[in-house]
Design a binder for this molecule. Structure first.
Ligand SMILES: *Cc1c(COP(=O)(O)O)cnc(C)c1O
Length: 428
């Protein structure tokens, strides 16, 4: 009988030969870390090493790992009803969650469509916007205005609204719907360019999609409420559906419960996922205003929203989300976010002294160090892991999106580790 160590080594080697890893050239990839368990801000590896997670599993695990209220709610719901199809049934976890999300978002956003991943929730938002035009016999209006630097997912429709150059999505150029891509309207000149594009294409356009305040996976680019105000005006003037993708920014990541709440601007549709369940189980939601919803009310059956994933509104996931909302409700989130922001700022701003650093920016629970040269991301991950931190840069961006429960000491450890690594390894 082999001992458990050898057994798990064997599992690792054999299993890896059957896995296809994300965003990974499988010919010569570095071996991925072998995770064993998680707790709070810690990831424990099979070899016993413990890492402090600086990015909360792609900014999803906002309460830290294994939060007890969510674990309890999940176990309880799983024993009662792990899943049931949503075609023909509703259930308490989904009913409750729909009410609570609408209440949090504000009275205009009133109808929730649940799905199981962020990309699909964006697809549904795009479909709502397009089908709404079709229902009004505007058959040409099927395109989406989107922005350089944006990221909305990896499925085909969502790829078409991502940044056309920076991501990997340029590869698929010929296979994608050609959308209308504009510069983010941050200056008067860009606003004008944006408006010209809208005017030129207004007969083809159905919607505008944007990540409010922070374009996340597309480059961690920050913007302001002026952009949203301008886009609201464009959407109203040209009869476009305004979609806010808050899959990254939702649930306090930017310091407000939802990024758009920093402004008076309201979207027609909003998408949420990632932290919706505290990053514990997959769930996403597309929430529309009553006005959008009404465009689907008709005696014509074909005017119904044509979507319905098998695992939509999974009861366990909805129970997890309800428990996550309970957790937020018991905390003083503005205070927590203010402190987290201050700690990220004092820890990361000294990076600006390094000549390899182009920019340091902080918003809410997001800390970004932008370097001049791109880094070897695999290599940086390994260096960080060796030092006891889980940080996964992309391109020339090293970022922190920690769990909101992180202690000042842990933030200090993460930021000083980043400073150290940049000093040791970043070279122009
Ligand atoms: C992660 C993300 C998505 C895609 O979500 P998945 O669950 O990975 O499909 C879409 N939009 C934004 C802003 C995201 O951060």
């Amino acid at each position: 009988m082999e001992n458990t160590n050898n057994l798990s080594d064997n599992d690792y080697k054999t299993g890896l030969q059957h896995l296809w890893l994300p965003y990974t050239q499988m010919l010569h990839h570095k071996p991925p870390l072998y995770a064993k368990k998680t707790a709070g801000t810690h990831i424990t590896l099979e070899n016993g090493d413990v890492l402090i997670d600086g990015i909360a599993s792609w900014w999803a695990a906002c309460h830290g790992y294994n939060p007890k209220p969510i674990t309890d709610a999940v176990i309880q719901q799983f024993q009662v009803m792990p899943h049931i199809m949503f075609g023909g049934f509703v259930h308490k976890p989904a009913l409750q969650l729909a009410c609570r999300l609408c209440q949090l978002l504000g009275e205009d956003l009133n109808r929730v469509f649940f799905t199981e991943s962020g990309s699909v929730s964006v697809e549904v938002a795009m479909k709502m916007a397009v089908q709404r035009q079709l229902n009004k016999k505007q058959y040409q209006r099927t395109k989406i205005l989107c922005f350089y630097g944006g990221y909305h997912g990896d499925t085909f429709a969502t790829m078409s609204v991502c940044d056309p150059q920076e991501g990997m999505h340029h590869l698929f150029h010929n296979a994608l719907i050609q959308q209308i891509i504009a510069p983010l309207p941050t200056t008067e000149q860009k606003k004008q360019q944006c408006q010209e594009l809208i005017e030129k294409h207004q007969n083809e356009l159905a919607a505008i999609i944007i990540e409010p305040f922070i374009q996340g996976a597309g480059g961690m680019l920050f913007s302001t409420g002026h952009v949203l105000e301008f886009l609201r005006r464009m959407a109203d003037d040209y009869d476009l559906t305004l979609i806010f993708d808050e899959i990254f920014t939702g649930f306090w990541r930017t310091g407000h419960e939802f990024a758009f709440k920093k402004t008076h601007v309201k979207p027609d549709i909003i998408t949420l996922s990632k932290s919706l369940t505290g990053g514990t189980v997959p769930l996403a939601a597309t929430i529309a205003t009553e006005k959008i919803f009404e465009d689907f009310l008709s005696l014509n059956e074909e005017h119904a929203l044509m979507h319905g994933p098998t695992f939509m509104a999974n009861p366990v996931a909805c129970a997890a989300a309800n428990a996550s909302l309970d957790m937020f409700a018991c905390k003083n989130m503005p205070k927590i976010m203010k402190n987290l922001s201050a700690r990220l700022k004092e820890g990361l701003e000294p990076c600006l002294d390094n000549k390899n650093v182009k920019d340091v920016r902080i918003m809410g629970g997001v800390g970004v160090v932008e370097l001049y040269p791109p880094v070897n991301c695999d290599e940086y991950c390994r260096i960080f892991a060796h030092l006891g931190a889980w940080i996964r840069p992309f391109r020339n961006i090293i970022y922190l999106t920690p769990a909101f429960i992180m202690s000042d000491e842990e933030i200090h450890f993460l930021t000083s580790t980043i400073r150290h690594v940049i000093e040791q390894y970043a070279h122009r």
